[in-house]
Design a protein around this ligand. Structure first.
Ligand SMILES: [Zn+2]
Length: 492
């Protein structure tokens, strides 16, 4: 893989497409295909998207001057969606943008279902173009201008223009703002809502963690409560709809706003989300409820104090539970390289947060640390010595001979029978045990010998007497062998 010889210095809030266009110009390439090949190593169909893919290849070609995470955070609009999706969806989106296969990415973020895509365009602000040309020598595409629902420049409060690529071409023409004809995104500029939404979206894009705090702290529910749209813990829907209707109608004369201004049904879906809430809808609702950017910035959650309603499963309980979940997740994820069920809070997470637990465990497999080197050979040798001593002890024990069994041997060694569980580590000891085990015949022979010595028996003694003294009920020693042994031992 070839590294890039150069790459444009990113400008404030510049989109990845804008960087690609400026690279294209600097390289004097004559086609997007060539530029894409150089930047991404493939023909990327998403370079002009707000959520471009192939960022892994680009990061490598930049010799990781920018990691994939930095590319995503600095040059794409994914951070705008970050607070509104869970970790799993966000990780999946990052993975999709790292690779070259982005199918389903916008669907997973709810953008496809939102019906806003048909209103998207390449937008720019005339004042930004002038200032950028003056300050940086070139105009460039600003990220925030491309966000769904941004119709006014948050810096200049001027209506954005949508550029039309000539001859029916699309972004592959690699143009910069105002190089072709632009048409106003809004019909009139009396859009306080559009300005407020644009400012909030810019702040949200740059401060996704602060927006997460808003969402976790039930920011909108607190506002509704304050506006008395919550009574006895329940949302007063009819009142809220009556309040919203006129504000919706006079919000802004732009396509995205008109897409949702005809009804307030979506407001309830933002308040009781089942899927991904579109950032634009969230910020627009903030404006509808009379909130300003400053109020968003100043919000401090009082999660555990807020009295929730019945519909949402009690917001206070929910908020407290979220805090609790966070604490357990944090304790679990920061407990080092332990097996998952040994980490603190495993059982709690298993009961209350199993989905997250499964994802975390799958993403962080237990890595078995290399065991300290154990001198198995030395242990085997020492154990064999012990077994030998045990064997001799059993053979020389006082009284009637006890049978040499595995259990009898093990009882006399320090580690009992544990070594039998890992026989492959103790080959010598296992072999010694196997050869030491005594058959019934051999044991009876030993007992007969003991009886001969103990009771001065000889070949004249009756066999039944010998067996009785030796403690043998069913003999395994043939009569002829017994006679021979008695003859031999009494002579000795
Ligand atoms: Zn501007």
């Amino acid at each position: 893989m070839e590294s890039l010889l150069f790459f444009p210095q990113p400008l404030p809030d510049e989109s990845l497409y804008s960087l690609a266009v400026r690279y294209h110009r600097l390289a004097a390439n004559n086609s997007y295909r060539l530029t894409s090949q150089e930047l991404f190593g493939t023909y990327s169909r998403t370079c002009g998207s707000i959520l471009p893919c192939c960022l892994g290849a680009l990061s490598q070609r930049l010799e990781e001057v920018y990691s994939v995470e930095e590319l995503i955070e600095r040059f794409t609009l994914l951070p705008l969606y970050r607070p509104f999706v869970n970790d799993a969806v966000y990780s999946a989106a990052c993975i999709a943008m790292t690779g070259s296969y982005g199918t389903g990415l916008k669907m997973s973020l709810g953008i496809t279902a939102s019906r806003f895509l048909k209103h998207t365009s390449f937008r720019y602000c005339d004042s930004c173009v002038r200032e950028d040309t003056l300050n940086y020598g070139a105009a460039y595409w600003h990220r925030i201008h491309q966000a769904i629902g941004t119709c006014i420049c948050p810096h200049h409060r001027e209506g954005l223009l949508a550029m039309t690529f000539p001859d029916g071409a699309d972004w592959r023409r690699m143009l910069l703002p105002s190089e072709e004809r632009g048409t106003p995104v809004m019909e009139s500029l009396d859009g306080a809502a559009a300005a407020a939404v644009a400012e909030m979206q810019l702040w949200g894009l740059e401060h996704p963690r602060d927006v997460q705090v808003l969402l976790k702290g039930n920011f909108l529910r607190c506002r509704l409560d304050k506006m008395r749209f919550v009574k006895s813990g329940r949302l007063r829907e009819r009142m809220l709809r009556a309040f919203l209707a006129p504000r919706l109608l006079c919000s802004a004369r732009a396509a995205e706003f008109e897409e949702i201004a005809h009804s307030s049904d979506w407001v309830l879906r933002v308040l009781r989300p089942r899927g991904v809430v579109q950032p634009f809808k969230f910020y627009f609702l903030c404006w509808l409820l009379g909130l300003s950017l400053e109020q968003l910035k100043l919000f401090r959650p009082k999660a555990t104090l807020y009295i929730g309603d019945r519909t949402g499963g009690h917001d206070a309980v929910k908020a407290a539970k979220e805090v609790c979940i966070e604490a357990h997740r944090s304790a679990f994820s920061s407990s080092g390289n332990l097996k998952c069920h040994e980490k603190p809070g495993y059982m709690w997470l298993y009961r209350h947060d199993r989905e997250w637990l499964a994802q975390y465990v799958a993403a962080h497999p237990f890595v078995r640390l290399r065991e300290a080197s154990i001198d198995w050979k030395g242990r085997d040798s020492a154990l064999a010595q012990e077994l030998l001593i045990a064997k001799n002890k059993l053979l020389s024990a006082e009284g009637k001979p006890k049978k040499l069994t595995r259990a009898a041997l093990c009882r006399l060694i320090a580690n009992d029978h544990c070594f039998l569980k890992v026989p492959h580590h103790f080959p010598l000891s296992i072999a010694l045990v196997d050869e030491s085990l005594e058959s019934i015949h051999d044991h009876q022979v030993r007992k007969i010998r003991w009886a001969v010595q103990r009771y001065a028996l000889d070949e004249r003694s009756a066999m039944s007497v010998v067996y009785r003294f030796a403690g043998i009920r069913v003999s395994q020693v043939p009569e002829i062998e017994l006679q021979t042994l008695l003859l031999l031992w009494s002579a000795a």
